[in-house]
Design a protein around this ligand. Structure first.
Ligand code: GLN
Length: 397
């Protein structure tokens, strides 16, 4: 019999998406795959209903409906201070998932090395392999996940990467990269003539005193930075599948060509509808950040009440919980047990690491406060129930 490609054999299915199926199976509260359980702003829902009725129903311009690109350019220029042009610098994609893959396919050749910080958002491993490149993982320094300058410099020197992938604010750590870290990344990218692909889908979800700095805005970096973003998190529309790439005009043609053959384009009626979101006043983004800050407070409070050790997210909506005290050496089995016995689904942390790290599970808190409270009450039972986990582990081991 013929076999599947070596490419597809070298990565496994998404653990994040699998945990959503596990959550459904056990009727657990899904704090695994990060998506909201609340609706997008009314203006977007109304615009989607209108677009459903009035169209457009046929293909948009393959790299994005002109009106949407204009709205994106205006907003992105306003938030970054860069003169982003709708025709020269933007490609609208099917979510940031496609944006990352299209950007990678446009700039790496088979065999090229791509640096990825570890822990990392699990898609980057598969994306790099799909693009024929070789991911090289550079561990961040626990527990703060600071960039290790020596390790990073060494990785550049040893592997001469074509690109580096950054997630800022980061999934799954909640880390917000500092100016000094971004400057170091940028300096090394310049020195070794590499691209930086920066995934900034959580740009508006940052907790004071931390501040999001877009890598492309640093001196001399606009030209080699491909900025990946999404409308999913900013407007609570993960199912609309709308993302985009912002890049220098030198690269945009290549990214558009890849995107065109991958998908032809994102859903035209939704491209039209999302413009209503981009036209919301700046106060919307302040309220978004404030509402996530409240969710963060509430959920971290529940973790503290349950006595669960965790990292302090600076941005994004994830928190890594350290479960090593329960004797967990198999975080995948523990996450399955947690969904079944405690009724809360998390993502096993090992799916974000290349190193053998099994001490974390990742929760997300992009949920209504009531949902977080319900999860909090269930987590209060974890410590007691974990005694059974230990016994089970001991019996098995
Ligand atoms: N970014 C979200 C997460 O990490 C959702 C990922 C996805 O399934 N597209 O959970």
């Amino acid at each position: 019999m013929p076999t599947t490609s070596r490419r597809v054999q070298s990565f496994s299915e998404s653990v994040i998406r699998r945990m959503s199926r596990v959550a459904t199976k056990y009727n657990a509260i899904n704090l695994a795959q990060g998506f909201p359980d609340f609706d997008p702003p009314p203006a977007l829902r109304a615009a989607a209903a209108k677009a459903g009725q009035d169209g457009p129903h046929q293909y948009a311009v393959t790299w994005g409906a002109p009106r949407l690109r204009q709205a994106l350019a205006k907003k992105a220029s306003r938030t970054t201070g860069l003169p982003i042009d709708a025709d020269a610098h933007l490609v609208v994609t099917v979510g940031s998932t496609e944006a990352m893959l299209a950007a990678l396919l446009a700039v790496v050749d088979p065999g090229d090395r791509v640096l990825v910080f570890s822990p990392f958002y699990e898609n980057y491993g598969a994306d790099t392999i799909l693009a024929g490149a070789v991911p090289v993982f550079v561990p961040l320094r626990p527990p703060t996940h600071a960039v290790d300058p020596v390790a990073l410099r060494q990785a550049f020197a040893e592997h001469r990467p074509k690109a580096l992938i950054l997630c800022n604010p980061a999934n799954p750590t909640g880390k917000v990269f500092t100016r000094a870290e971004l400057t170091l990344i940028g300096d090394l990218a310049k020195e070794y003539d590499a691209f930086v692909l920066t995934d900034e889908v959580y740009e508006h979800i940052v907790y004071a005193p931390h501040r999001h700095l877009s890598l492309a805005t640093l001196p001399g970096l606009w030209e080699r930075t491909l900025t990946i973003s999404s409308l999913s998190k900013t407007y609570a529309i993960t199912g609309w599948r709308l993302g985009y790439v912002v890049a220098h005009e030198k690269w945009i043609g290549a990214i558009r060509a890849v995107h065109d053959f991958l998908t032809v384009g994102a859903a035209a009626p939704l491209q039209e509808a999302v413009i209503a979101g981009l036209e919301l006043p700046d106060s919307y983004y302040d309220e978004l950040a404030a509402s996530y800050a409240a969710k963060r407070e509430r959920f971290l409070g529940h973790l503290r009440a349950a006595g669960l050790k965790h990292l302090e997210p600076e941005g994004a909506y994830y928190v890594l919980v350290d479960v090593s005290e329960f004797g967990v050496d198999d975080d995948v089995a523990f996450a399955e047990w947690l969904a079944k016995e405690v009724g809360v689904a998390a993502v096993p942390g090992s799916s974000f690491y290349r190193e053998p790290v099994h001490q974390y599970i990742r929760f997300h808190f992009a949920k209504r406060l009531e949902t977080l409270d319900a999860a909090g009450s269930r987590l209060l039972t974890l410590r007691e129930k974990a005694a059974n986990w230990r016994k089970r582990a001991a019996a098995a081991g």
